[in-house]
Design a protein around this ligand. Structure first.
Ligand code: FES
Length: 107
């Protein structure tokens, strides 16, 4: 299975297995990664699954839809150009080895 590397705001790294078709948010939750809250359960309505995608993978992740773009205006930590909602990115072979940086807070 493709690997996902979650990096907490303090630099702590977690390398976990990702299953294709499963969102980065779900992969984080199922591996008890601190830093992803996902209060809405993946409905693109809370912005507590905010993450920063490593630049090397910015072209490989699926394009952002308008509802995700709108929700990124409500993140606890300021949005950056690499910001995404992890519930909106499904794992695929193209994302094998992706590094997902987590913000210092989600609420
Ligand atoms: S889990 Fe709520 S927006 Fe992603």
């Amino acid at each position: 299975m493709p690997k996902v590397i979650f990096v907490e705001a303090d630099g702590t790294r977690h390398e976990v297995e990702g299953k294709n078709g499963v969102s980065l948010m779900e992969i984080a939750i199922s591996n008890n990664i601190d830093g992803i809250e996902a209060e809405c359960g993946g409905s693109c309505m809370c912005a507590t699954c905010h993450c920063f995608i490593e630049e090397d993978f910015s072209a490989a992740v699926p394009a952002m839809e308008s509802d995700e773009d709108e929700m990124l205006g409500f993140t606890a930590v300021d949005r950056k150009s690499s910001s995404r909602l992890s519930c909106q990115i499904k794992m695929s072979d193209d994302l094998a080895g992706i590094e997902v940086n987590l913000p210092s807070e989600q609420n």
